[in-house]
Design a protein around this ligand. Structure first.
Ligand SMILES: [Fe+2]
Length: 295
C-alpha cells in the first residue's frame, strides 16, 4: 500500500500570492500532476493541514478546484491556518468526514494500513493540542483493532523539531499522546506537517515524521534564537510505502526534477518582478541570500 502525504499547501484565493510573491496554488497544481503521474500510483493521498492560508471559504473553493484534478482518493485534516468550520463546509461532501462534533477526527478502514486522522488544532492558536476528549477518542479507535498496522496523521508534530521558533508554539497533550501510542506497537507511523521540512524521529516506540510543504520551506536554522525564515527550497511531499514483509518505509520526494535545481527557474523572474515587495520581508531575503551565497 502506498500512502502519499501532501502538507502545508497554504492556498490563497484567486489573484493572491502568499507574502505577495509565492503562488501556492500553482505549486499545489504541480504536486497534483506529479502524484497523478506516479507509477505505481499511490492508493491514497493524505493532506496534513494548513491547506489554505487564512481559513476563508474562497480559499477552500480554490483548493477544492485544484484537488478535483487529483485522481487518487484524498483524506484531509485541518492545521492551524485552517478554520475548522470552513474546512468542514468545504469537505462536507466527503463521506469520511464527520458531519458534526467538536473535532475533525476519523478512521479510514478500507485499506491494508488503517489510517487515523487527528485534529490537533485550537481556534486562534498556532500550537498543537490533543486534549482529553480527543485522546480518549483515539484510545477507543486503537482498542478496536490493536493488531492492524496503523498510521496516525495530524498537523502538528508531537516532538521537538529543533527549529526553536516553531517548537516554542508548543503541543499540549504531547506527553499523554506519546504514552498512549507507546502502548500500541501496531502504530507503524505517526505523520505530521507544520514544520515545512521532512524529518523523522524515533517517538513513542514507533517513528514520527514530517514532510516538505508542496510550496515553500522553513529555513533550517538550529540556533537558539533564530528567527522564523522561509525559503523557496525544492517543494515536495512524502510517500509512506507499506508491505507485510518490510513494514513501513517513508520517502521524501521532490515535486519535480525542475524544482530540485538550486536556482528554480521561475524564481529569478519572480524576484525581479517583486523586488520592492521582497525588501519588506527581511527574514525571507536573508534566507534566500544565504542560500544564494552557498551556491
Ligand atoms: Fe504551514
Amino acid at each position: 500500500m502506498i500512502i502519499a502525504q501532501i502538507t502545508d499547501t497554504h492556498v490563497k484565493r484567486k489573484g493572491q500570492l502568499l507574502h505577495h510573491m509565492i503562488d501556492t496554488a500553482r505549486y499545489l497544481k504541480r504536486a497534483v500532476r506529479r502524484l497523478n503521474a506516479l507509477r505505481p500510483r499511490p492508493d491514497v493521498v493524505i493532506a496534513t493541514g494548513d491547506l489554505v492560508e487564512r481559513g476563508r471559504p474562497k480559499e477552500y473553493k480554490r483548493l477544492r478546484k485544484i484537488l478535483a484534478e487529483l485522481e487518487i482518493p484524498l483524506y484531509a485534516i485541518p492545521g492551524n491556518h485552517d478554520d475548522r468550520e470552513s474546512f468542514r463546509d468545504a469537505f462536507g461532501d466527503q463521506p469520511y468526514l464527520p458531519k458534526n462534533g467538536p473535532f475533525v477526527q476519523y478512521v479510514v478502514d478500507a485499506y491494508p494500513v488503517r489510517m487515523i486522522g487527528l485534529d490537533s488544532t485550537s481556534p486562534g492558536e498556532a500550537g498543537g493540542t490533543l486534549d482529553e476528549p480527543r485522546l480518549r477518542w483515539l484510545e477507543t479507535r486503537l482498542t478496536e483493532q490493536p493488531s492492524r498496522p496503523t498510521l496516525i496523521f495530524l498537523h502538528h508534530p508531537p516532538f521537538q523539531t529543533g527549529i526553536k521558533v516553531v517548537d516554542a508554539l508548543g503541543f499540549r497533550g504531547a506527553a499523554e499522546f506519546a504514552d498512549l501510542v507507546s502502548r500500541y506497537p501496531n502504530v507503524v507511523r505517526v505523520v505530521a506537517g507544520h514544520i515545512h521540512r521532512p524529518l523523522q524521529v524515533p517517538w513513542a516506540g514507533t517513528y514520527a515524521s514530517t514532510a516538505s510543504s508542496t510550496a515553500y520551506q522553513v529555513v533550517l536554522d538550529l540556533r537558539e534564537r533564530a528567527p522564523l525564515g522561509i525559503v523557496l527550497e525544492a517543494p515536495g511531499f512524502a510517500l509512506h510505502v507499506w508491505s507485510p514483509l518490510s513494514g513501513m518505509t517513508s520517502y521524501a520526494c521532490l515535486t519535480d526534477a525542475e524544482s530540485a535545481a538550486l536556482d528554480y527557474p521561475g524564481f529569478s523572474d519572480l524576484r525581479a518582478e517583486r523586488a520592492g515587495r521582497l525588501r519588506a520581508l527581511p527574514t525571507f531575503v536573508a534566507a534566500h541570500r544565504s542560500a544564494s551565497s552557498a551556491r
